[in-house]
Design a protein around this ligand. Structure first.
Ligand SMILES: CC(C)(COP(=O)(O)OP(=O)(O)OC[C@H]1O[C@@H](n2cnc3c(N)ncnc32)[C@H](O)[C@@H]1OP(=O)(O)O)[C@@H](O)C(=O)NCCC(=O)NCCS
Length: 179
């Protein structure tokens, strides 16, 4: 078994997948040098996508936020990004991330796909890949929150077998999934 070293780039999770229409997408863990790709991706997101993902639509990410999202230890904090070639240029079109609470073994999951790439099956594929990684990383439970009005995410969660827990508060629903 491969020894898990915090901060060491886990190349074994690099993978090319095909979405519903046959388009190939390269998935890999995020790296510190993806700063520009991440920034371009974040700035391209609609207000709504940002709001659903970050629970705020902050227009300008600061240095702290950029570091937080691109410099990770691949153990307690893991992000898988989706890359495509557009006009000879590499573009990031999605990211799924978890933040693990080492005490409880629960990991909070969040995902966002570029607006013009939504509805093509990429979110479903990235979620499946991430659940596989989480199982390999011995995460016990996936948790998170989703806005009740976020039909796509609610549907994605339902189809993937996630359970919604408790009453909704402030229009937000908590979800859980035991791995
Ligand atoms: C939620 C999100 C990640 C889904 O990713 P996606 O790539 O668009 O999802 P998929 O194409 O794989 O579709 C997943 C399911 O969503 C549902 N869905 C897709 N497009 C939909 C639409 N326009 N209206 C309603 N439901 C829709 C479908 O049930 C679909 O499954 P199906 O194709 O098997 O029927 C993406 O829409 C997104 O980034 N939204 C903004 C950020 C966000 O809401 N993040 C979640 C909070 S953590």
């Amino acid at each position: 078994m491969t020894k898990i070293v915090p901060g060491e780039y886990p190349k074994q999770f690099e993978k090319t997948i095909k979405i519903k229409d046959g388009t190939k997408v390269f998935l890999r863990p995020i790296k510190p040098e993806d700063r520009e790709l991440w920034l371009e991706f974040y700035l391209s997101l609609s207000k709504m996508a940002k709001y659903y993902r970050f629970f705020s639509s902050r227009p300008d990410p600061d240095e702290k936020m950029i570091k937080q999202y691109t410099q990770i230890d691949y153990v307690n904090n893991f992000a898988l990004i989706a890359l495509v070639k557009e006009n000879e240029k590499e573009r990031m079109v999605g990211v799924v991330r978890y933040v693990l609470d080492p005490k409880s073994g629960n990991a909070e999951l969040a995902i966002v796909i570029a607006d013009d790439w939504q509805g093509r099956g990429l979110g479903t594929k990235m979620l499946i890949e991430m659940l596989g990684i989480m199982i390999k990383r011995k995460v016990h439970k996936v948790v998170g929150d989703v806005f009740l009005e976020n039909d796509k995410m609610m549907q994605l969660m339902r189809e993937s077998g996630f359970k919604f827990i408790g009453e909704s508060q402030y229009g937000i629903r908590h979800f859980e999934f035991a791995l």
